[in-house]
Write a new protein. Structure first.
Length: 329
């Protein structure tokens, strides 16, 4: 391994558009995708989870669509795979919020069945699903523009005549904690159909307010993404017959199992330290929660998949402990 000079390569866009209902998320995403697709001389596709809302604009903007009836993460990923196989280099996901809703509903069901009615251990179980979705977005071989609903709140504001009127504002996106880190560009829409650029890795639009972002904005993004050297393309080669592997030593499997068990036991030990930790005599986790963690460990097998599950549980409990520590401070 060695360091080398950093090189700016052509990139695929990862853009998220979020805001309250009626702010123009779908239309903005479609128009931006249209601008990028026309610049690439190609068509684009839409994964629609919003009761065919995107298709209402198909008389003005042509695109292919998958009206996702089963709004689970598995179906999101399957649809993305189909889009990739079909060669769509621009993909709109409208919206990602239904995937998050699947996880929250599953957590509630698991918590209801648990002895403590606490949601921390159910989240440890469903977190891998969210990670699979994020990985699918990051690894998609094309540009992605995803919309997200945001929770809303009514406030009193002034209209153009300086009269007090109720105004609907968007709060945080209805998606997982830290989802904003996964995107290059974040557009927060308001009821005036304006987009505030709250995150921008292009360095060109940060904190700008864009009225009804559309084709021109998509083209401007594409021009930035397309500057730089061409990214290396993976070339598929014919699969060659695999050489017959040498016969394993008799004790090779046992040695591997022992190593996996040792690594798993080390993680289990770390988990035990986390759930029994306390600050000034006050414990972070209740006895019921510790029992749930023990049961999760008990149900985990000493396999590679089981080892990954233990690491996920450890990471989740670490974050949960830090969160509770901040609340107590």
């Amino acid at each position: 391994m060695a360091f080398k000079n950093a090189e700016r390569t052509q990139l695929y866009l990862r853009c998220a558009v979020f805001g309250p209902s009626g702010c123009g998320k779908t239309m903005s995403a479609l128009r931006m995708a249209k601008g990028i697709a026309e610049k690439m001389n190609t068509s684009f596709a839409v994964i629609d989870t919003e009761a065919r809302s995107a298709s209402k604009y198909s008389d003005r903007i042509p695109f292919a669509v998958d009206d996702l009836k089963e709004k689970t993460i598995d179906h999101y990923i399957a649809s993305m795979n189909e889009a990739a196989k079909a060669g769509y280099k621009v993909l709109v996901i409208d919206s990602l919020s239904h995937a998050w809703r699947e996880l929250t509903e599953e957590v509630d069901r698991l918590a209801e069945k648990s002895a403590s009615k606490n949601t921390f251990s159910p989240w440890a179980k469903v977190n891998p699903k969210q990670k699979r979705l994020i990985d699918a977005i990051l690894n998609y071989p094309g540009h992605i523009i995803a919309t997200m609903r945001s929770s809303t709140e009514w406030v009193i504001g002034e209209n153009k005549d300086k009269k007090n009127v109720p105004e609907k504002i968007g709060l945080k996106p209805e998606q997982g904690k830290g989802i904003e880190f996964e995107f290059d560009l974040l557009l927060e829409m308001n009821q005036k159909h304006e987009a505030v650029v709250t995150k921008d890795r292009t360095g060109k639009f940060q904190d700008e307010t864009i009225e009804k972002p559309g084709e021109d904005f998509g083209i401007a993004l594409y021009d930035w993404l397309n500057c730089g050297t061409a990214a290396k393309q993976e070339v598929e080669t014919e699969t060659q017959p695999e050489a017959k592997p040498p016969a394993p030593k008799k004790n090779a499997s046992n040695a591997s199992d022992d190593s996996l068990k040792k690594r798993s036991m080390a993680v289990i030990k770390d988990i035990g330290s986390i759930v029994t930790a306390s600050e000034n005599g006050k414990e972070y986790f209740s006895e019921d929660e510790r029992n749930e963690a023990r049961q999760l460990i008990k149900d985990t097998k000493f396999t590679e998949e089981g080892f990954k599950e233990l690491l996920t549980l450890k990471d989740f409990l670490t974050e949960e402990r830090e969160k509770r520590n901040k609340k107590a401070a």
